[in-house]
Design a protein around this ligand. Structure first.
Ligand code: UD1
Ligand code: UDP
Length: 362
């Protein structure tokens, strides 16, 4: 069975790594890798391939950045001839980015079986581009692999046939568990003059936060208070950097003496940064899951989460973007008023192997 695996953006690389490894080790599966080029360059792409041992992509579509319509269309235009040439039996897509829906749509239109890993997650917020990508991809998928029970229930509620849905665990956590030892050797704390447990890490890239100067200003009001207590390290996403550069907020950010703004870091350094932090402040999807396994308190700076298990039994609290609410939650972290996380079902490092077994057997 020839499977064309698709990865395009930073979180995709972390999810595709264990899948490629499991497929390569499974008799009867012949994996291929297509990089769409949605994310590119050393910091957003190359470092992940090197550090996670992902093989060179068989094809790189090199689409780069553009508006949603143009980027999605360019990926589709470039992916169709690749899929026709390689006569694949299935296309596998991960996550919820534009590359996911673009390649998924190309596959089903060519009558090629579509496999979606991380299916069924729902924020129920249709203003999020990712929610549209998730709903559409799931609708046209033939096999849907879920990370948590809420995903299974969402899919059934949407009328997806039960026999297509499998709860398998979380491939992002496969990578985390496999990489912990290597990440322990990272020198990033020394490099940034940070002390174990005495700093927080911040990431921001959701359009609803970083494309709206009023929201961004509210977040920085909270950060100004938090940085009086502990240093904040902020590996800044290119979308956020671009937005800050053109705004009056840039001067204010520069004045926050204990906020270290750095380029995005590679996976191993980031894992080390998260593992040793007092807390994580983020609007990322994947980081809510990683901190649950690492046992690090996570403040999710969004109104909702598509990963409810991380808030229900994990270390995540969805606090929104209100300055006072963020500060209140930060005080709870300082006082130790935080839920001790439990490990979600099947987040045991074996998810990719389960997926390979199900595909090979079916
Ligand atoms: C994308 C995903 C989002 C995911 C995030 C992970 C969609 C709709 N969004 O958001 O779900 O959480 O990736 O990081 O697919 N840029 C660079 N270098 C890069 C990539 C982007 O400079 O390697 C800049 C460009 O100016 C670009 C902007 O960042 O226009 C946004 O990139 P894009 O891939 O469109 O969306 P993200 O915000 O990265
Ligand atoms: N990450 C990283 N370096 C960084 C920021 C994040 O390696 O500077 C990793 C993080 O550990 C997680 C993934 O990138 O595995 C999350 O990606 P992102 O937040 O961009 O996307 P999302 O999960 O929100 O779609």
């Amino acid at each position: 069975m020839k499977i064309v695996n698709v990865a395009g953006a930073r979180p995709n690389f972390i999810k595709i790594a264990p899948l490629l490894e499991a497929f390569t080790a499974t008799a009867g599966i012949e994996p291929m890798l297509v990089h769409t080029g949605q994310h590119y360059g050393e910091r957003m792409s190359d470092l992940f391939f090197h550090q996670l041992g992902i093989p060179e992509p068989d094809v790189n579509l090199e689409v780069g950045s553009a508006s949603h319509a143009v980027q999605t269309a360019e990926i589709m235009k470039a992916f169709e001839p690749v899929l026709l040439e390689h006569a694949a039996d299935a296309v596998l897509v991960v996550g919820d980015v534009n590359s996911t829906i673009a390649c998924g749509l190309v596959a089903v239109k060519l009558g090629v079986k579509l496999i979606h890993v991380e299916a069924g997650l729902r924020s129920f917020d249709r203003t999020m581009p990712e929610e549209i990508n998730r709903v559409l991809t799931d609708t046209v998928s033939d096999l849907l692999f879920c990370t948590e029970q809420s995903g299974v229930e969402n899919l059934i509620n949407e009328g997806i046939a039960e026999e297509k849905i499998f709860l398998v665990g979380n491939v992002m956590i496969d990578t985390l568990l496999k990489s912990r030892e290597l990440a322990a050797g990272s020198t990033i704390l020394d490099d940034l003059a940070l002390r174990q447990g005495e700093y927080v890490v911040l990431t921001l890239h959701r359009p609803s936060n970083v494309d709206d100067p009023a929201v961004l200003a509210r977040l920085f009001d909270a950060l100004e208070v938090i940085q009086d207590d502990v240093p904040i390290v902020f590996p800044i996403h290119p979308r956020t950097r671009n937005n800050l550069e053109g705004s009056s907020l840039a001067r204010r950010v520069a004045k926050l003496g204990k906020l270290q703004l750095i380029d995005p870091v590679g996976y191993l350094d980031f894992l080390k940064l998260m593992s040793s932090a007092k807390a994580m402040l983020t609007d990322s999807g994947g980081i809510q899951e990683e901190t649950t396994i690492l046992g690090i308190p996570c403040l999710t700076l969004r109104q909702n989460t598509e990963r409810p298990i991380t808030a229900k039994i994990g270390s995540n609290r969805v606090v929104g973007t209100d300055t006072e609410k963020i500060i209140e939650a930060w005080r709870d972290i300082q006082a130790g008023r935080w839920q001790t996380p439990r490990t979600p079902e099947l987040w045991d490092g074996q998810a990719a192997k389960r997926i390979a077994r199900i595909i090979a057997g079916g």
